[in-house]
Design a protein around this ligand. Structure first.
Ligand SMILES: C[S@@+](CC[C@H](N)C(=O)[O-])C[C@H]1O[C@@H](n2cnc3c(N)ncnc32)[C@H](O)[C@@H]1O
Length: 350
């Protein structure tokens, strides 16, 4: 990353890094088997159980303390309570805009997820072009999500596509009829439009909570490590219901604090989705963080200012970061859901 920035930009970036992280909430993850009819095309992986600890409100406070360490962490902690969501979302968007401006010079920034390590959908090593090797783990997360259903000939929407590396991989490897990718970061979408020219692949700027598409427009909606920053998960889920065709699939992966998982499941259920598969993939994500550590550190060591070093390691999930610690202790959980729209009742305007 070319961190030649004014102190104002630096502050903005630092605050963004610390303000977009989700913390707290009641509940726990149970990793239970999917309910409802199974889908013909879905391939199910074994569910990895993570022990659930007792609900505890003091956890919430402790998490806020431990997750945000360091100078900027403590500043963010102090002002966080006063910031309305809009302001936090603004910081979040500014961060991704900033990163999108840097991708041209730093190919390492093409993906913004923590990655997935493990065998590919065919049980072996995912074959990749040499130019994609450096993004192996981030691509593998996309492949894990996209392999849950057969995307051939389908109309697919990705919400929160970032710089489009995952969208273009899915388009080329999983052969949907069309792939529409959306992100709220305008500069990320501009980057995608300059970089990719693949028939059937298109990019739009827009918000997850009000998708700029007709109802019943897609067979599959994909969402990779993006939902933790949304203003309203309920609005997003209703929008997914609205734009999905009947029996369409919602392939959803992200992370949450362990106390937020039950609440998340509740939102998914009340939005009218049936669980075809749910899985805790934290061990795969942790392994990816370990295997991708050197690549990330090489860029950070060269370009990151000392003051932001720990914040950036946390954001990127290096193996010595607080983020890695939170996943390995089970405080934060990375989940992957295969969901299906079974009726027309859940959408905002269906
Ligand atoms: C951690 S990045 C992941 C990007 C991409 N999925 C990847 O794996 O490389 C989260 C992405 O979600 C986008 N995002 C966050 N909130 C959003 C919203 N409300 N609407 C649309 N996109 C959003 C961000 O701009 C960012 O590109």
């Amino acid at each position: 990353m070319q961190f030649r920035m004014s102190s104002e930009k630096g502050l903005l970036l630092a605050l963004a890094l610390w303000t977009f992280c989700p913390i707290g909430g009641p509940g726990g993850l149970n990793g239970r088997e999917p309910a409802g009819p199974s889908c013909q095309t879905a391939r199910f992986y074994p569910i990895i159980q993570v022990p659930v600890k007792e609900k505890n409100n003091s956890n919430k406070k402790r998490m806020k303390r431990t997750a945000r360490s360091g100078f900027f962490g403590s500043i963010a902690r102090r002002i966080e309570g006063f910031l309305p969501f809009k302001a936090r979302n603004g910081f979040n968007r500014a961060l991704y805009q900033y990163l999108a401006r840097r991708v041209g010079e730093h190919e390492d920034l093409l993906f913004w997820n923590f990655g997935f390590a493990g065998p590919g959908s065919n049980g072996g090593k995912l074959p990749l072009a040499d130019s994609d090797e450096k993004h192996r783990y981030c691509i593998q997360l996309y492949d894990h999500v996209a392999s849950a259903v057969d995307l051939r000939g389908q109309d697919v929407l990705e919400v929160g596509c970032g710089c489009g590396g995952g969208s273009s991989f899915i388009m080329k490897r999983h052969l949907p009829r069309s792939f529409t990718a959306l992100d709220q970061a305008k500069e990320a979408i501009e980057f995608c439009n300059r970089r990719y020219s693949i028939p059937g692949l298109s990019f739009s700027c827009g918000k997850a909570e009000s998708l700029p598409f007709e109802k019943d427009a897609f067979d599959v909606v994909i969402n990779v490590e993006s939902s933790h920053g949304y203003g309203s998960l309920d609005h997003f889920l209703k929008e997914v219901q609205r734009v999905l065709r009947l029996n369409g699939y919602f392939l959803f992966t992200d992370f949450r604090h362990k106390d937020q998982i039950d609440e998340l499941r509740g939102h998914l259920e009340s939005s009218g989705f049936q669980f075809l598969k749910e899985e805790i993939i934290t061990p795969h994500v942790l392994q990816a963080m370990e295997l991708d550590h050197e690549r990330k550190m090489s860029l950070l060591n060269r370009k990151a200012p000392r003051l932001l070093f720990n914040s950036l390691k946390y954001w990127w999930g290096t193996k010595d970061s607080k983020r890695y610690e939170l996943f390995s202790s089970g405080e934060e959980i990375y989940f992957s859901y295969v969901l299906q729209k079974r009726n027309h009742s859940g959408g905002l305007s269906s």
